[in-house]
Design a protein around this ligand. Sequence first.
Ligand SMILES: *Cc1c(COP(=O)(O)O)cnc(C)c1O
Length: 420
Amino acid sequence: MMSSSNEIWTASVDIEVQELIEAEKYRQGSSLQLIASENFASPAVMAAAGSPFTNKYSEGYPSRRYYGGNVHVDKVEQLAIDRVKNLFGSEHANVQPHSGSSANAAVYMALLDIGDTVLGMSLDHGGHLTHGSGVNFSGKLYNFISYGLTEGDERIDYAEMQRIAREHRPKLIVAGATAYSRRIDPEPFRDICDEIGAYFMFDAAHIAGLIAGGQHPDPVPSADVVTFTTHKTLRGARGGCILSTSELAKKIDSAVFPGTQGGPLEHAIAAKAVGFHEALDPAFKTYTKRVVENANVLASELTECGFRLVSGGTDNHLLLVDLRKFDSDLTGKAAQETLDLGGVTLNRNSIPNDSRSPFITSGIRMGTASVTTQGMGPDEMVMIANFTARILRAKSDEEKIKNIRFEVEELCTSFPPYPE
Ligand SMILES: *Cc1c(COP(=O)(O)O)cnc(C)c1O
């Protein structure tokens, strides 16, 4: 006799993991999520990410697959492609990269030979690991050189970037950052790339949502390639995406598959399609506007509380806080750990020309994408800045921190990200 489906799956009820999922859900809803690269994806996005598309192998691209049974997978991937092209007005899109790092790896593979020179933003001025870190494949396989911030106002030094490009003639110039709170102007990059005959890649991992919402200059018309993550300000499923000119389409697609990846994660692609649909809704524009407004309020209130902000403030969703003015003995690592106890979750971050190591640091990074999704506004940003200062002033006074933690939890539970 055939067994019923119930009998097949009874053994799969995993109490241990279920409990951890519930605990994580509680943590996310009862403390402040200020990690600048995080957000709350919608229930619709999460449902698609947990869908039966996870069962399917679909190496290749829509209508050019190496496996059978891809009739629905083809449609869902094409939907994701059409929607993201519509969202950003790009000529070509590849929605298969598993992450932002995978997207960057594929672009380098498509446009460069091993050992080629690439100009990217210096890591200790805000660039990403995949922009040439020595411990990352990018720094091991390619000859990365870097530009950084001006000393005075801590903005990207475009003139210096162009001077270095003229001197070293890189084959590719990478714009984009992981800890830079100001607008990134695509034009100076385009100009110098035209002058020296380099490719121009814009890594919009953090700010893709702000670009889609019209809150940041759009790099798509001027860059040859734009990479981004779908889970940061874009508020979709965890993953990566590449936009390019039609001229580079074939190179990019071959570099993703079979160049650097095997079977695509079609459940993640289905979830990306849902996220792109949500980002096309006019409400998303309003959301991104609030994200930036909230970041500005948080920036001014933190300044009031005695913190110094790198670059003097923010134009986007994130802030980089230099802790030295607030407390010269306080490291980023200690601040992150103390704040976590108080229910304020964020990450430590190097500040430009940091005298402490990347593991210790003298800064913290904060972002407003998640708290804005929860519905928090300017009043709550003022509260968050004050919680931050109070927890850090309390230092090792556990009783004080515990009391602030109750206040933090009270605030968070009035803004549940997933109301039942
Ligand atoms: C987050 C980020 C990435 C990498 O994304 P992952 O999905 O974590 O691999 C790449 N570039 C920049 C600028 C980023 O901020």
